[in-house]
Design a protein around this ligand. Sequence first.
Ligand code: RTP
Length: 155
Amino acid sequence: CFLVASEVEQTYIMIKPDGVQRGLVGEIISRFEKKGFLLKGLKLFQCPKDLAQEHYKDLKERPFFPNLIDYITSGPVVCMAWEGDGVVASARKLIGATNPLQAEPGTIRGDLAVQTGRNVVHGSDSPDNGKREIGLWFKEGELAQWESVQTPWLI
Ligand code: RTP
């Protein structure tokens, strides 16, 4: 765990095991890319139980907690850090309601999922949690430094 120094708003987005296994990785990443946010971190990762429990610690008294931990650790996930003004709330809009049956068409869950317990993607619910979760899921050095990138192909 490390602290993200940047003052710019960041969110932690994770494609859950069902999204990876159903071949939705490209589709989901594409929605954030097309919206125009900056990709700062990206990796395929097998989540250990203790990390899943830490990530979802606020839900540990809920009856579905053991199933949630089994689900998140059941196969590889895709971890992403996205950056931009308003990225946390905007990503939650792109993702849609927790229950995919209530998520609007056009949202990721509204278009691609049917069950709350298999809702394909996670997004941080506040800028503070975005920083906390990126610090949990990424190690120092895993986030890209866009400031140093030259883009002559755009000129
Ligand atoms: P997430 O953290 O995954 O982005 O989801 P969220 O904010 O929309 O929903 P939250 O209430 O934080 O719940 C986290 C995840 O737990 C699973 N869940 N199962 N009644 C249930 O069986 C139930 N309720 C929640 C979902 O995978 C949800 O995304």
